[in-house]
Design a protein around this ligand. Sequence first.
Ligand SMILES: Nc1nc2c(ncn2[C@@H]2O[C@H](COP(=O)(O)OP(=O)(O)OP(=O)(O)O)[C@@H](O)[C@H]2O)c(=O)[nH]1
Length: 326
Amino acid sequence: MITSKSEAGGAVSGAAPAIAARVLNLINGGVIVIDADRRIVLWNSWLTPRCGRAAARVIGQPLFEVFAALRGSRVEAAVLAAFAEDLSTAIPQAENRSPFPLRAAGSFDGPLIEQAVTVSPFREDDQTFCLIEIRDVSGTVEREKRLLDHAESLRARSYVDGLTGIANRRYFDVALDRELRRAQRLGGTLSLLLTDIDSFKAYNDHFGHQAGDACLSAVAQALASRLKRPADVAARYGGEEFAAILPDTDAEQARRLAESIREYVASLNLPHAPTAVRPCVTLSIGVASMEKGRLEDAKALIEAADKALYAAKRGGRDRVVVDGEA
Ligand SMILES: Nc1nc2c(ncn2[C@@H]2O[C@H](COP(=O)(O)OP(=O)(O)OP(=O)(O)O)[C@@H](O)[C@H]2O)c(=O)[nH]1
C-alpha cells in the first residue's frame, strides 16, 4: 500500500481519493464546500433526498442562490467571517434551528429538520474554501423537549395535593410568601383563611376512612369554587385543614367570603356522623389579615389565623372568627 504524510500528519494511502469520495457520501450529515465566490464545489449525497437537489444541479452554483433562505441568516454571517477573518463558527441552535430548508429524506412537505451547523474555512492550493457541515439534531431536540415537558409536569404535580387535586402545602408556602411580598411592595392588603372540617374524626369513625377522603375532596372543590379571583389560592394545609390566600382582600371582605364558604359547604348537606355538632358537614374558619407593622410575615399571619380558627372551634364550631375578635 502506498502511503504518504498528509498535511495534518495522518497517514494517507494511494486509494485515499476514492475512499474519501465514498466516505463523503456515507457521512450521516450534510457536507458542502464553497469557494471564495460562494460557489458550491462539493456537495455530498446526504443532502440530495433532503432538499431534492443532486450534486450535478448545484455544483458551480452560488450557495445563496441555491438556498435563497440563507440570505441575511447566521449562516451567511458565518460564511462571511470564515472568508474575511478566517473564523470557524458553530451556529448556536437557539437562534434558528432550521437554517437550511431541509426535510426528512424523501419528504417534500414535512417539517424542516432541526440542524446543528458549523462553518470552517480552510486553504488548499492557495485558495480559501469554506466547509459547511449540517447535522440533523431533530431527534435530540425532540428528546430534549420531552424531558422538559416531563420535568414541567413533575414540577406541576409536586405542587398538587394528590387526594383533593387542589394546591398542596408546598405550593401554599411558596404562594403565601410571594403574595405577602407583593402586597408589601404595592402597599396592598392580603387575607388568609384557615378552615377545618368540624368533628372530622367522628366522620371517619362513622363512615370509614374512604368516605372521609371523598368528603375531603368535596370540601376542597367547594372551597376552590368560591374563590373567584385568579390570584386567590385554595390549598390543602394539612389533614382535614384547608387554607385560602386572598390577595387584595381586607379583613371585612375576607370575613364575608369566609361566611359565604361556610354557608355554601353547609348548604351541600353532606350527612355527618350522629355525634357531630350538626347533622351535616360544617366548617370552622379563622381569618387573619396583613396589616402594616403587624402580621407582616407568613409565620405571624398563619399563627393569627390559627388562633382565630381555634376560637371558632371553642365558640361552638360552624362559624367564622376574625383575628382580634376572639
Ligand atoms: N379520611 C381522612 N381523614 C383524615 C385525613 N387527614 C386527617 N384526617 C382525620 O381528620 C381527623 C381530625 O380530627 P381532630 O383533629 O381530632 O379534629 P375533629 O374531629 O375534626 O374535631 P374538631 O376539629 O375539633 O372539630 C382525624 O381523625 C384524622 O385522622 C385524610 O387524608 N383522610
